[in-house]
Write a protein that binds this ligand. Structure first.
Ligand SMILES: NC(=O)c1ccc[n+]([C@@H]2O[C@H](COP(=O)([O-])OP(=O)(O)OC[C@H]3O[C@@H](n4cnc5c(N)ncnc54)[C@H](OP(=O)(O)O)[C@@H]3O)[C@@H](O)[C@H]2O)c1
Length: 337
């Protein structure tokens, strides 16, 4: 069969513009791998792509969203060494993963541990690679350090809590939903603060008092910011000397107000990061570190995927609505079978 089913953005805008279409099945070159996708997850970037606000990088379909997948190798090109048909793999892709097949490169794949089913595996790549790359690789998080994670009940937030613990660091978080803080504690969250709707500026003093208590006045070593806007402004004041602020998300605002008296006097290291637009070499490096450092911890149950909900591909509009509700705790997974 030269065709497959895929989610298709027929009109940019709301979830009602999504449909399932029969499209051409992609074909591979000698150095590529064809993966039969069993499950994928939703990301905020898929919502933006649906709205016409975030086109995929060149080479990926504008109309088919999906940035991660779990599935089995269906075919491998003649120069591919690492993979054979039937192997269970997961990974990131620039787009097109909400479909029955994707084409990728061998070094962008990792083997799924036997203890994860398709749904659990699909909840892993984007959030664990993002959090691992940000905390372990870029922030060089060390044992005993403190980490602050705004929107801690998000997919990336829950991966970050577990990765901080796995590094013997101490994670704290904020959420606008009290329930999410409590639910994150069994995963390793030390403590958290409920911030009022869109208003971290209004209860900043409370956050500052909490951070002082949490860190015995030393300040936060690493911020993994998943929301942006006023959260970044507030966080700069909470940071320890030589703290690292890794800026990953913008759901609360895309501009930051920074003050030299904090940034310079504390000698803060502020770094923005994005995965999707990285070069093939950079994505390969992040995937290799993920395979070496994160996958074994998943295999031993030290790290666990967090699935909020599961939808069949035919209910893709409902899946988008679920993620947009901001009620999710972990990943919204879409199954392709
Ligand atoms: N740079 C990258 O490469 C990269 C990769 C992956 C994700 N991201 C970004 O990282 C962030 C987390 O992603 P995710 O997929 O884990 O998110 P998610 O699971 O969709 O969770 C996001 C959560 O953020 C909170 N939130 C939403 N709007 C907010 C606002 N205006 N103010 C404060 N909190 C708000 C909500 O929880 P509560 O309100 O209940 O706390 C929501 O459930 C997103 O911003 C995403 O775009 C970036």
């Amino acid at each position: 069969m030269n065709t497959m089913q895929a989610v298709w953005i027929s009109t940019f805008g709301g979830p009602e513009g999504l449909e399932i279409r029969i499209v051409g099945k992609p074909t591979i070159n000698d150095d590529q791998v064809l993966v039969r996708v069993r499950a994928s997850s939703l990301n905020r970037a898929d919502l933006l792509q649906r709205q016409g606000k975030y086109p995929p990088p060149p080479g990926f379909p504008v109309e088919i969203p999906g940035m991660e997948f779990a599935g089995e190798v269906a075919a491998a090109g003649s120069s591919v060494r690492q993979w054979k048909p039937g192997q269970r793999v997961f990974g990131l892709i620039g787009g097109g993963a909400h479909a029955e097949y994707v084409v990728t490169y061998e070094h962008l794949l990792a083997e799924i541990p036997a203890n994860l089913d398709w749904t659990e595996a699909a909840a892993v790549p984007e959030v664990f690679i993002t959090a691992h790359d940000a905390l372990w690789t870029q922030a060089n998080l060390r044992p005993g350090e403190t980490v602050l994670i705004p929107a801690v009940g998000s997919g990336v937030g829950l991966a970050a809590v577990q990765l901080a613990r796995a590094m013997q660091a101490v994670p704290y978080g904020t959420s606008r939903t009290a329930d999410k803080i409590e639910r994150a504690k069994p995963l390793g969250l030390e403590d958290g603060l409920v911030v009022r709707e869109n208003a971290v500026r209004d209860n900043f003093e409370e956050l500052q008092a909490e951070a002082e208590k949490w860190t015995a006045g030393k300040g936060i070593n690493v911020l993994l910011d998943l929301v942006g806007g006023p959260y970044v402004k507030a966080a700069q004041k909470l940071m320890a000397h030589k703290g690292r602020m890794i800026l990953v998300g913008t759901v609360a605002g895309g501009s930051y107000e920074l003050e030299a008296r904090y940034v310079m006097s504390k000698r803060l290291n502020i770094r923005g990061t994005v995965l999707r637009s990285r070069s093939l070499n950079e994505k390969t490096a992040a995937t290799r570190l993920f395979a070496a450092e994160v996958v074994p911890l998943l295999a031993h149950g030290v790290l666990r995927p967090n699935v909020d909900s599961v939808f069949p591909m035919a209910e893709i509009s409902q899946a988008h609505q679920r993620l947009e509700s901001n009620e999710t705790f972990g990943k919204v997974v879409v199954v392709m079978e």
